[in-house]
Write a protein that binds this ligand. Structure first.
Ligand SMILES: Cc1cc2nc3c(=O)[nH]c(=O)nc-3n(C[C@H](O)[C@H](O)[C@H](O)COP(=O)(O)OP(=O)(O)OC[C@H]3O[C@@H](n4cnc5c(N)ncnc54)[C@H](O)[C@@H]3O)c2cc1C
Length: 318
């Protein structure tokens, strides 16, 4: 399974790492993905509550790149992705109003299922925390032809030997902000019709989505994302934020009943606030970096970044 000296080790099985490895495999380059979590998906994370998945990370995906559109059509044909809505509401200084935007796509089984589908034919080792990437390059002491770090820069910085100066500098320039995502499960649906709500100028909330509508099963579940400022104050004890998030959601949507269960997930590195437009990073030390930091912080950007890095590496190693 080890890709050996002529192969590539991809660290991180989010959509960027999976797209990169897929491209390498198609080009005939030996590759292995190593993922510290028990499953693929990264920030396209879904967790099951009483058997039902709820999306804890990315809320939906949008599509403008024709190549990514083809991938999404493949998911749609497999019954994994569906068009959700182009209409959200926005709360803010002007009260509540409808806002039209791009079509937002959702996944009935959770967004994680989309990454799992792309990763199905790839050599992925899960539950495998990578500890170090050294000059050579080598990953955890084993030499390889190239190493790809497909993860937020602060996580990559923990792995990179400082002698890998170009990659170290590239991750040092990145800036990231945190978010808390709260899954609120209610006894019944008591909110007026909405699919998702952008919450502007709020001290605590930034987004609330109707997960039952998004998933298509009508379950009485909301998922709320907090502002980076609120999250920053609760990173040490995210579960302690549950009562405040629940109170803010009930206040916003005028919900009479409390939630039956609230689960809070911490994203220390949720979104990049400063990155690069380069698409990806690939240097003479054989280190690649890919992810949503290389453009608009979106699923599509991460996919394209991984795909393009995979192509560049395949050309280099041919
Ligand atoms: C709360 C939230 C809401 C979002 N909403 C949207 C949205 O509505 N629409 C949209 O398009 N995008 C959204 N995004 C962004 C979207 O989720 C990301 O752009 C995309 O999932 C990034 O994928 P990635 O592969 O670059 O990184 P990640 O998904 O972060 O993957 C990195 C992987 O690397 C692994 N890893 C890290 N360190 C190690 C190590 N040492 N060893 C092994 N593995 C390691 C991690 O476990 C992870 O699986 C949102 C993100 C968050 C957090």
């Amino acid at each position: 399974m080890d890709p050996g000296r002529s192969g590539v080790v991809v660290v991180g099985a989010g959509i960027a790492g999976v797209a990169c490895a897929g491209e390498l495999l198609r080009a005939g380059v030996p590759v292995q993905i190593r993922e510290r979590a028990r499953a693929t998906g990264g920030r396209m994370a879904s967790r099951r509550f009483d058997g039902r998945p709820a999306d804890l990370g990315a809320a939906y995906l949008t599509v403008s790149d024709p190549d990514f559109a083809e991938v999404v059509r493949g998911w749609q044909a497999a019954g994994l992705a569906r068009e959700w809505t182009d209409t959200f509401v926005a709360y803010g200084g002007r009260g509540r109003r409808e806002v039209r935007g791009p079509m937002r796509w959702a996944a009935p089984l959770g967004l994680r299922s989309l990454v799992e589908q792309l990763a199905r034919a790839l050599p992925v080792v899960v539950d495998r925390l990578v500890l170090g990437v050294e000059p050579g390059p080598a990953v955890d002491g084993a030499p390889c032809a190239a190493a790809v770090l497909a993860m937020p820069g602060p996580q990559a910085a923990l792995l990179l030997d400082p002698a890998l100066a170009a990659a170290t500098e590239a991750v040092r320039r990145q800036r990231w902000s945190p978010t808390l995502a709260a899954v609120l499960r209610f006894r019944t649906r008591r909110w007026s019709d909405f699919r998702g709500a952008f919450v502007n100028d709020h001290p605590l909330l930034s987004l609330v989505c109707d997960d039952g509508d998004r998933r298509g099963d009508g379950a009485p579940v909301l998922v709320a994302h907090t502002t980076p400022e609120f999250a920053a104050g609760h990173l040490a004890q995210p579960t302690g934020a549950a009562p405040a998030v629940e109170a803010a959601v009930r206040d916003l949507l005028a919900l009479p009943d409390p939630a039956e269960h609230v689960h809070v997930h911490r994203w220390t590195y949720a979104r990049p606030t400063a990155g690069s437009d380069a698409g990806f990073h690939l240097d003479d030390d054989g280190i690649g970096l890919a992810g949503d930091v290389f453009g608009e912080p979106r699923v599509q950007t991460a996919w394209r970044s991984g795909r393009d890095l995979g192509r560049a590496l395949a050309r280099r190693l041919a």
